[in-house]
Structure formats: C-alpha cells, structure tokens
Design a protein around this ligand. Structure first.
Ligand code: ZN
Length: 461
C-alpha cells in the first residue's frame, strides 16, 4: 500500500491522506487549511490530487479541518460515496451548510468594502453541500463493511467529539492480511461525557494525530474543582462569567460540566446562556445520540428534562435574546463562539464584561497566535474589541484541560494498549514541538523508525 499526505503534515489543519491499496484509492478526510478563505492563493482553492481518481472518501469526524473541503471535492468532479459514522454525517450536514452561509456573507462584505473589484467566489455553494449530504453513507461503530472489493472499513469511537472515529481498513496484500489504522483526532481519557478512545490491536500501519504530543493537561477532577471555584466566585460577587467556545464539542462539554457541577458537586446553580444559533442546532444533534455518552453521563442527563439543557441552561436563538444578556444582572455564565474570540457574538459579550474586575473570562481551548483569545489568555492590559479599546480588568482563567484532544499521556496509553509491533507508524496533525516530542513515545511500539509525515510525500509501506 501507499500513503500520500495532502494536509495536516507538520501542521494541524487541512487533514487529507490518500491511501492506495492495489488499484483502489481512498481519501481519508478532506479538511480546510487554516487560511483566509477569500485568498485566491489559499491552499484551500486547489487540490494536490485528482478528485476524480478517488474511489471512496472516509471521514473521521465533523470538525472543519477534517470535513471543510468535502463540497470542493464534489465541485472538482468526485462522485463516489463518503463514509462516516451516523452522528458525524448529521453534524457534517449542519457544519457545511453554516460554512456555505458564512462564505456567502464574507464575499458580500468583501465586495461592499471594495466595490468594482473582481469578486472572488466562495469555495463552494450551498448546492455543493447538498450533494455531500446525498453522498454520505452512515455506518455504526464496530461494524465491518466491505467498501471496495477486498477492503473492509470499521469505525471505532475516538472519544474526541460526538461521532468521532478511528478508521480501520483491513485488506489482503501479497497473500498477507494487513490492518491500517488512522486515529483521526483522539479524545482525552476519563473526561466524563464521552467514552475513552477505543483501543485497536494488531495494527500493521498507523497514522496518528499528535496535537498535544508535547503537553500534559490537567485531569478532570482538578478542572472541575477550578470551575467550581470560578462559579462560586461569580455567585459571591453577583458577576458574569464569559466562556468563548467552539460551537461543536467544547460548548456541549462545558454545558455538561456545569450540569455535573450543579447536580453532583452541589454547587449552587446559576443561569447558563448558550449564545450561538449554530451551537443550538448542534446541541439538538447531541440530544439525538444518547448512546454515544458514558453511562455516568447518561444517568446524570436523565435526571434533567433533556440532555444538554438542564433547567438552568438557556439557548439564545435571536439577536434580541443575545443583546438582552448584556442588561441582565449576574451571576450568570455566557458561552458563545467563536472559540478564539475573533468573530461571532462572543465579542459583544466580552465588550460588556472585560472592564469590570468582578467578572471572569474562562479560556477553555487552544488560542492561535494573533487572535483576540490569545491576547486575553496572555493577560495583556488592553484589548481591542470591535474597533474599540478596553482595559482587561476581568479575571482571566486558562483551563485548557477541557480540550477534546488526548494529551501526551493519553496518546502514550493508547499506543501501549495496541499491543505494539506496529510495522510502520506516521505522525500527522501536529506542530513541530508536538511531533518531535511524540515520535520517541510511539517508537517504543513500532518496528521501523516512526516517520513525521511530510506534505505531498508518498510512502510505500
Ligand atoms: Zn477535531
């Protein structure tokens, strides 16, 4: 078999790996690179392989850096099936429709700013997304399906977000049974809501993520203790807590953790507002999949009238609902997107809370260089929000252990559980420090030297 890495090689975005088994070509993921979508030179605007030559697409999970270019694939002539877990298929539909809408707005705004210039087209239109929806084939976890002659696909729960999967391909080559495994993004262990990543054994060829390959994150009980203290402080001071969070995954995790805090840890409940229409739609999908959660989570959620929506949680559907929050007194928690504070409704909430030292901003996810979220996490004195400068007086707490990504210890545990003897191992989806730190950890379980995948490099294994 051969593997060529067309994205997420020595970086964390643009996941796309082309696997060739005999004459069959299978594309694993087709994600967006982190780049300005309107930039005509963006790597998102061209494929480094011929989409028409692909026989099947397998999707690991519904984050945009793994699914964001599926509609472009259709546009470029791909006409085959796209395999995903049932939850991933549902979430992909919502995420891509939202992405098409945002791009249309971006294009319109760009044109309003510079009328008369050549208008750059969006990466894809809503109609392309509807074709993706047509092409999605839904599989359950742990079921083996022959997707191409002699090639069997099995998904395992990766515990990263709802629907996330480890991809396993079984086939025969030169009279030998072989097993290829792509981790996708792996989740953390013992985080309460989603199960631990499933262990897969007897792996011949492994492609592993390495996002937090060089980091050790706080365990769940410590994080919950910190969150407890922050909520108690807001109750005492009658103040507001603002949490920037991605609409998919982190928002639901934070709602669940607050629910757990109120129910199990006997913390006095305060109102929680989720201010994101996208998060609202995605949370509806989360409610449709009770089977996806740990038993403890199911028991806890059963105590309330609905999953991810205890009586203390309210979703803001309209702009008016959102604006109303600015005039309500604390204590309260507001969860809004975007997760890095560079777009979306979160900026309006930050604008209203950062000046007051009684308020708090809680950072629960990775903040890229140059984003407003990064500046807040670093505790700068003044920040610019929506063209206005503000003093950052609010208390800032960085609790990035709420991440959906396995840390170094989780990854080491998972490799250990595979039983070792991995013939060929590759690392993808990481920054240089994460990749370098993780390679020796994985090496203990691999036969040949672990390779850090290079963009567009083809490996025969
Ligand atoms: Zn992910």
């Amino acid at each position: 078999m051969r593997i060529t890495f067309h994205g997420a090689a020595r970086q964390v975005t643009g996941s796309a790996h082309l696997v060739e088994i005999g004459r069959h070509r299978i594309l694993l993921d087709c994600g967006l690179f982190d780049s300005n979508r309107l930039d005509p030179e963006s790597p998102n605007r061209r494929f480094t392989f011929d989409p028409r030559s692909i026989d099947a697409v397998v999707v690991s999970h519904a984050h945009n850096d793994h699914i964001g270019r599926l509609p472009c694939l259709i546009r470029a002539g791909y006409d085959g099936p796209m395999y995903a877990t049932r939850a991933t298929a549902d979430i992909t539909t919502v995420m891509l429709r939202d992405s098409a809408r945002i791009q249309r707005e971006d294009v319109r705004n760009a044109h309003l700013k510079q009328p008369g210039t050549d208008q750059i087209a969006p990466l894809f239109e809503l109609a392309d997304v509807e074709w993706v929806v047509e092409k999605l084939v839904r599989f359950r976890y742990r079921e083996a399906h022959e997707i191409l002659p002699g090639i069997t696909l099995t998904f395992h729960d990766a515990g990263h977000i709802l629907g996330s999967a480890i991809t396993q391909l079984d086939f025969e080559e030169n009279g030998r049974k072989r097993r290829f495994v792509f981790t996708g993004d792996l989740g953390r262990r013992s985080m309460g809501l989603l199960p631990d990543p499933t262990v897969v054994k007897d792996i011949d060829v492994l492609v592993s993520e390495s996002t937090y390959g060089n980091r050790e994150l706080d365990p769940s009980d410590k994080l919950m203790k910190q969150l407890h203290a922050i909520v108690a402080r807001a109750t005492r001071l009658q103040s507001k807590i603002v949490i920037p969070a991605f609409s998919l995954g982190r928002t639901q995790r934070m709602v669940y953790c607050l629910q757990e805090l109120f129910a199990l840890h006997k913390v006095r409940p305060i109102p929680v507002y989720v201010d994101s229409p996208l998060a609202m739609r995605l949370t509806d999908i989360h409610r449709d999949h009770p089977e996806a959660y740990t038993e403890a989570a199911r028991r806890l959620m059963d105590q309330d009238p609905m999953y991810f929506g205890s009586k203390y949680v309210e979703f803001c559907a309209t702009w008016d609902d959102s604006r109303r929050l600015n005039f309500l007194p604390g204590p309260m928690v507001v969860i809004a997107s975007s997760g890095m504070c560079d777009a979306g409704r979160i900026r309006h909430h930050l604008r209203h809370v950062v000046d007051d030292p009684d308020n708090a901003v809680v950072i629960v996810s990775y903040q890229a260089e140059g984003t407003l979220g990064r500046k807040i996490a670093e505790g700068v004195e003044r920040i610019q929000i929506l063209d206005q400068w503000h003093d950052l007086n609010a208390a800032v707490y960085v609790l990035d252990g709420f991440s959906g990504h396995a840390d170094r210890n989780d990854l080491a545990w998972w490799y250990e559980q595979t039983g070792g003897g991995i013939e060929h191992a590759f690392l993808v989806h990481g920054e240089p420090e994460g990749l370098e730190a993780l390679a020796p950890v994985l090496q203990q379980h691999a036969v040949n030297p672990v390779r850090i995948a290079d963009q567009l490099e083809t490996y025969e294994v």
